[in-house]
Design a protein around this ligand. Structure first.
Ligand SMILES: C[S@@+](CC[C@H](N)C(=O)[O-])C[C@H]1O[C@@H](n2cnc3c(N)ncnc32)[C@H](O)[C@@H]1O
Length: 206
């Protein structure tokens, strides 16, 4: 049995199913036979991927995550991984369609990911769905996330390393939030910011 997953990352999965195989169409005969080294929680061991996605879909949270993608930022994959962990409804990639999947460690396969070619089309989608855009960046009028209103249904919009959120993205948002910092660096890593904000939403609503 391999100790690496599809990306080559080390895993600590389970071996072939011992004893009589369980009943249930969620179970994948190949995984039961060969073992399951995927990066999934124990509840989903030996489950087919489509059954895991279907189960996640019954309990996804009300928040979405959006990321501006103009420069192939490596953080996007990590944000997708956190979106999966915190059970975001959908991840929205705004800008370039191609994004660097490496940091996602295949978690994107279990996550709904939608592409919007520009901020205008992303905003149109949010307006049509009635989902308010909350810009996450340390800009002038941003409210610290611990004091900010976080609606149950919303989309958190993140910027990239370097430029941060574009002016157009900031203008599309109905509110701006930030994570309070105390040291000398201008900002934290975008995927770290994503994890903090998603955790705070879950702390209030999940
Ligand atoms: C590395 S930051 C760059 C921009 C930043 N505005 C600056 O002044 O340097 C990239 C992205 O990470 C997120 N981010 C980093 N630090 C943050 C903070 N303290 N509060 C909110 N978002 C943050 C934002 O989404 C931001 O667009």
């Amino acid at each position: 049995m391999s100790n690496a997953d599809e990306t080559g990352a080390p895993t600590h999965g389970v071996g072939p199913w011992a004893g009589e195989w369980p009943d249930g169409e969620q179970y994948d005969p190949e995984l039961l036979r060969d073992g399951d080294t995927r990066n999934v929680i124990d509840r989903y061991r030996y489950w087919r991927m489509d059954k895991i996605i279907a189960d996640l879909d019954t309990r996804r949270h009300g928040f979405h995550v959006a990321i501006e993608n103009w420069q192939h930022d490596m953080n996007i994959g990590s944000i997708v991984r956190s979106a999966n962990a915190f059970l975001a409804d959908t991840v929205h990639i705004v800008g370039r369609r191609r994004w660097n999947r490496r940091g996602a460690m295949v978690t994107d396969r279990y996550q709904h990911v939608v592409h919007h070619p520009d901020v205008a089309s992303f905003r149109a989608w949010c307006d049509a769905e009635g989902v308010p855009i909350i810009a996450v960046d340390n800009v002038g009028d941003a409210v610290p996330v611990d004091r900010a209103e976080l609606p149950e249904r919303c989309v958190f919009l993140f910027g990239q390393e370097g430029p941060g959120l574009s002016e157009e993205a900031l203008a599309a948002a109905s509110s701006h939030i930030e994570i309070t910092q105390y040291g000398s660096t201008r900002s934290i890593n975008a995927s770290a910011a994503g994890a903090v904000v998603m955790y705070e939403w879950c702390r209030r609503w999940a």
